[in-house]
Structure formats: C-alpha cells, structure tokens
Design a protein around this ligand. Sequence first.
Ligand SMILES: Nc1ncnc2c1ncn2[C@@H]1O[C@H](COP(=O)(O)OP(=O)(O)OP(=O)(O)O)[C@@H](O)[C@H]1O
Length: 470
Amino acid sequence: MSRRPILIVDDVETHLTLFSATLEAADYEVITARNRIEAREKALAHQPELALIDIVLPDGNGIDLIAELKGHLPGLKPIAVTAFASVDRAVTAMRSGAIDFLVKPLDPEQLLATIANAESGLSIGQQERDQREHDTAFDGHIGSSEVMRGVFETINAVAGAAAPVFITGESGTGKVRAAETIHARSGFRNGTLVKLDCSTTAPDRIEAELIGEIAQMDGRLDGHADGDVKPGAVEQAQNGTLLLDEVCALSMPMQARLLGILQTGSVTPQGSLLPRPVNFRLICTSTTDPRAEVTAGRFRADLFYRLNVVHLHLPPLRGRGMDVVEIAETELDRLCAREGRPFRTLSTGVKAIFLDHNWPGNLRELMNVLWNITILHDGPVVEIADLPPYLRNPHAPQDGSQRPTSFIPARPDPFDGQTLAEIERRAIEHAIQKEGGSIPAAARSLGVSPSTLYRKLDGWGKPVRSKRDF
Ligand SMILES: Nc1ncnc2c1ncn2[C@@H]1O[C@H](COP(=O)(O)OP(=O)(O)OP(=O)(O)O)[C@@H](O)[C@H]1O
C-alpha cells in the first residue's frame, strides 16, 4: 500500500539530512523544503499527509505556514518542531492547527513514534479540539478569571500532543486535576492514568513502584519468565499516562533511572535483565520550583529539560479574582445535592471573607471549608457564623495562639490501648482544633504540608470537626 509522503520544512541542512534519513530508513517517502515558499509549492504539488515544520524559518514564521497549509490542505497533519526555548510558540502552533510538536534535538525514536501516532490518529485532531474550545464546561474545572482561561486554553492546546507536561503550583491548586483532564483529552485516554506520589512513597519502595520488580517465588528471585514480573507504574501506564506527583522528591539515583527510561523507551524491572519497551505520556507535578531545585543541584538539569517540554503553572486561588466565589457556589450546590443538605447560596459577608482570605491551602482548603459547613450547619444561606473560627475572625487569637510545636497529650496516659493510626488522628484533630479549623495552620504547627493533612482527612472520609465537636 503506497503512503502519501511526509514534508519536512527546515532551513538547516544537517537537520533535513538527519530527519530524512531516519524516516526513509523506516520506509517513508520524504520531500524536503528549506523555506516557506518552497514548502507551499511542494505541499500543493505532492499533497503530503504529514508535515514536520520548524517554527523558525528564514522567510517567515512556521506557525503562519501551518495555518496557511491547513487552509489549502485541510486533511494535512502538521507537526511543529521547536527548540526548548520556544515551547510557548509550540503551544501557539498547536492552536494554529499543528496536531503535535517535537523538541530539538530530535531523538530518532521519538520522531518515529510521533509520526506513527499521527498516522494512527492518536493525536487529537484540530476539529475535535475546536469543538472542545466551544464547550462552556471545562471538565468540571470551575473559574472564569482571565488567568484560568489561559490555563484551560493551554490544557486544551497541549492535551492532544504526546509531549511531556510539567505542572507547577502551590499545594491544592489543582495540579492533579489538570493532569487528569489532559489525560482524558489526550490520545492516551484509552490507556490508564497511573499516579505515583514521589514524596510519600517509601524511599526503599520507590524504585520497585516505578520500574517494577521480579515477584518473589518460594523465597528466591526468579526473573526469567515474563509472568514473574510485577509491573511498576511505568508499565501499568502502557499506552496511557504516567503521572509523577512531586517529581522533585525523587533521589538522584531515581532521577537517573527515570532519565534512562525516557532515553531508551524501555524499562528493566528490578532483578530482571530484560528491557521491556514502553510507550506512555508523562506528566509531572511539583509544588516546589523545579528550576530552583536544578540550581541547587538537587534535580538533574538534563532530566528537567526532558520533563519540562510544556510548562503549565496553576496560580494560587488568591490570584484568581472572583473564581473563589464561583467555585464555592458551584461546589456548595454539588455537596448539598450529594449530602441532601439545604444550602442554596452564600451571604454577602461570606463572599467578602472568601475574597479577602489568602487561602494557603488553595482549592483543597476551600473544599474542606464547604464540606464542613454543609455537614455541620443548616441553610438556606451560608452565614459568617457558619464559617470555621479562623475564617470568621481571622485577626483574633485562636485557642492555639501559642501554637503547639508538638502534640501535648490532654490525658495522663493518652496512648494507652491506642494504635499508632489513632494517635496520629488525635494529634491531627487536636492541632486543627487549636488552629480554629485552619488546616494550613495546623499543618504548619505539625511540621507537615497541608496536602498531607488533606489527604489524611480525605482518607478518613469526613470533614474536619468544628471546635464544638471536640
Ligand atoms: N478548577 C477547579 N474547579 C473545581 N475544583 C477544582 C479545580 N481545581 C481543583 N479542584 C479541586 O480541588 C482539590 C485539589 O485539587 P488537586 O488535588 O488537583 O490539587 P494539587 O495541586 O494536586 O494538590 P497537592 O499539591 O496538595 O497534591 C480537588 O478536590 C480538586 O477536585
């Protein structure tokens, strides 16, 4: 079966030679162009199915060329090629019709995989994306502030590509939620989204959790039968998405492991000698600034540049203007419907407090406050009196104005007969009470991150109890 040719547009002769050689070795027919005018002529003459277009050309801009070629050949699948420094432009290229993009220097395997994905339609077509741009609801992401609209646009633009995405933002700003949306809108959506939290997985387990291991059989390690391998997150995400939450927490040896997987496109489970090919979309998150981690020598620069092809930053809730009220009202409706509670709206005073508060725990803190209100109070209007004390009266000293630096037991022998989990839960509830219901403040006093406390509370399946319940 004869395939339509692939057009390569690049003004650097060595790039043209390298890309052509890689594609021809894989049996593709290739036509080349060194500038915009030549590209237009050859595209019209040969009607290629795919075009690799460098976004910087001597006689113009590759982004404009993509739009122009799409105008002449609506079925064309353009792939933008860019340098690291111009990732923003790659995102723009995708908005102008590119179905994917590649970052130089091009890795031959990655080039072939991207072409294969484009051929099989794995990348999401522009028509489908255009349709989605018109959708008003954005997968349950609430917020119409300017800054969040930009975030949603970027998610939309990059979701269909195979490129790695690095999501940064304070704790609770919606990084994991954004990753889920990217997966759900990507060509990898039929595979699984596998999440590995690099900051909470035990250091002695992280390698096995990431790359897999040979299952222990009868007290011996036997790695030669495929069936013996317990796959790690990388393999579980085969043809899906691997989400490495808090990737900056990976140790240097684990960073080297990850880099090896990305460079070779294969993973060798612990105890095995056989590399296994893998194909997945990678999304990483970090609450710390990864560039600062690179500068401090704690994170490998070469790995960072591989992971940071697309950077998405989620702004804190306090910088999203009226979104806080919009999210609170929508979430209140959802919670009331779920829990059968009577609240309908927020009073003006509550809206003002929400707009004034700086939300150090971001959306997760807001969700927790709302859950607390709907469970413990009666509507129909949320009044200031229904708010947890730390929000109601932010400047008054809480019971915990002398913040505990450690858990001080209230009873003479408080640990008697309790499991470690029960003691931990009491310590956490005690700290939250002392901080007037503020999770971020309680987290500070316990020396952990707010997300650790929110995860514990989520796991217990109930809202934080207000002061009067203690
Ligand atoms: N735009 C949004 N609209 C509505 N709810 C949202 C939005 N973004 C996030 N959420 C909700 O806020 C909560 C926190 O989101 P998420 O877990 O994605 O944050 P995170 O940044 O990954 O947090 P952490 O850094 O602590 O892991 C979740 O309950 C999520 O569903």
